[in-house]
Design a protein around this ligand. Sequence first.
Ligand SMILES: [Zn+2]
Length: 189
Amino acid sequence: MTRKRGRDSESQVRPKERFAVFERDNFQCQYCGRRVPDVTLEVDHIIPVAEGGKGSTDNLITACFDCNHGKGAKVLRNSPHCDDRIATADDLAERQLQLDAYLNAQRHKEHAINVQVRYLQEYWLEHSGWSRSPEMNSLRIFLKSFTLEEIVEVMDYCIAKRMSDHRYFYKILHNKRREEATDGTQTCN
Ligand SMILES: [Zn+2]
């Protein structure tokens, strides 16, 4: 049986690299935004191999089957659902593998966030000498918009100014986020 599916073109990309690209791209097709388990992911060469493109990860991008095979636009118009191929056992196995890797990556990310939250809470307690640290959930949310260093900087500021009420800390970060969002809109215009 012939198997002329997209992975033929990826034969030169090793599984380890393929999954590193998926993980970097959040297991999401970089063209249409769909992710596992809705689609089976492949890697697309930004510069095609035929034109001298390398198989290194910086020349690779995550794409779903449809987008990688030039059907992306049609799929986007017609259906937000799964690609319309009849899945073979190989496809299903690959999809399961990708889903497992995706969930695993999510767990790692979750763990990394928890470590950062704990670090921030301890940093606050240790440097301020106060008995209560900012809320875990608030810190989790701020970590989506700011780096650890940026949050530590605001903590240092609050501690230096002896702002023990966490509302000041939250407010400064809220304002900072709003300012950055406004700056972003302005540069777009
Ligand atoms: Zn796609």
